[in-house]
Structures are given as structure tokens and as C-alpha cells.
Write a protein that binds this ligand. Sequence first.
Ligand code: KIV
Length: 278
Amino acid sequence: MSKMSLSELARMKQEKRRIAMVTAYDAPSARLADDAGVDCILVGDSAAMTVLGHESTLPITMDEMVMLTGAVTRGARRPLIIADMPFGSYQVTSRRAVQSAVRLVKEGGADAVKLEGAGLTLKRVSAIVGAGVPVVGHVGLTPQSATLLGGYKTQGQTATKARRLIDEARALQDAGCFAVVLEAMPEPVGARITEALSIPTIGIGAGASCDGQVLVWHDLLGLTTGHVPLFVQRYAAIGEAIRTALGEYVRDVRSGAFPSARHRYAMPAAELDVLNAG
Ligand code: KIV
């Protein structure tokens, strides 16, 4: 299978073939996603919470995102790799935004980057696209501005707010985005945006009408502890499987059942005799 391209994603929208995207943060996970036929991998700044143990996405740094992106790009061949631009890496100036995007592509090997919001972000999108880096937009619940939004809440629940989201998504398309992530909004709003745009929409809690879907690796596989959002479908209980396996390991170490005879290296008897004689 050839590498996923922006034109193939555009074609998928036109032909109503749905796009499957998942987050990943390391090489073996990226390889598994590739094997499973995933179209796009998002190296999400959700890594701040899912793998680095922070309470929000805000603390993750550019260096950390570059390192995680590099791991993912080394693990996957076919999927398009999109790296999230972390909080603070694009808000201050367009120059800084371009430098950050270039690092994710040049050092991390990303094919594209993702930025949150509209407003000020529109200028940053134009600058990054102008520098030759493809950009994905992200509207609705934008976790980097969760405090401003009043928490991790569904967005666009009134007609006025829904219209604002539609306008923002359109503005991101006009600024040069090749796709937009729609997060946590009523199904009809996701549908209206998908209809209004010529670029693909990738939904996470935005209903079934989106051109594609994205889920966070840990949510999808049952690795998340604590609150799981309403829009998550768990396809496995990997966390449970790991807990059971580790429990058995601990039990076997304590009882001496592991390592068993087949895990031990042998030594020639004559050498053993010499060793024991000394
Ligand atoms: O960081 C992330 O994982 C994301 C997805 C939730 C879309 O932005």
C-alpha cells in the first residue's frame, strides 16, 4: 500500500469513504496502527495526559512532542502522520509557529501538524502552510483552551454557538487547512460543518456524519483509568489484560515459579566443578 497523501484524503471525502485516524505516541503502537489499516496517526498532545501523567495537555513541551513524533514516524509507513503543536509553540508569533512546525517535520518526521482554535490561529495556519507544511485545524472542544471554555464541555449547543463553529471551520479551510478535527459538538453541528466544507472533517464526539473519526489510543483500547468521555467506544480491555499478566508475574517471582528450568542458562559440568572447587 502506498503512503497516504493529502490528495487521497480529499478523494476519500469526495467518494464518501470514511477516514480512520487514531492517536499514537510510540513506534510499536504506530506499527500496530499501520498493520490495522489506519489512514492517519495523530501524535496528539493528549500524550501529556495519556503517557506523561499530567492533568491537562498544557505542560507538554516541543522537545517532548518532537521525541514522540520521531518514535511514531519510525514505527509507521503508510499512515499520514500528523503532529500536534503543543500549547505555547504557536500562540505567540507566526515566526515561532513556523519554527515549531518545521521542527516537527524536520526532526520528528511528521507529514503535517495540527493547531487548535480559529481567531488568532488563522494567521498561524496561513504562515505555516506558506512555509510548506500541511496543517489540520481543530474546533469545538479545544483542550488547550479548556479553562477559557469553562472545562471539558460539549461546544456549539445553541444555534448561535453552532453557527460560530461553522464559521470557524470555514475560516480554517480558507486559511489553508487540508482537514479539520471537530471535537465534542452535537451531531447536527458536525453534519453541517462536514456539508459546508470541501476538506475532510475528522470527528471525535461530533457524530457519524463526519468524513472520518479519531479516538485516543488509550480510550479505544481500554487503557484509560478514570473518566471516559461519552463518545468513546472501547474496542478492547488491554489495561485489564496487562494488570492480570503483571499480577501473575509478581506471583510467579514471589513463589519462585519464574524463572523455570527453560528460562535458565546452563553451564558445562566441568566448569561448574572448577567454580565450586574454588
Ligand atoms: O491530542 C489529541 O489527542 C487530540 C485528539 C483528541 C483529537 O487532539
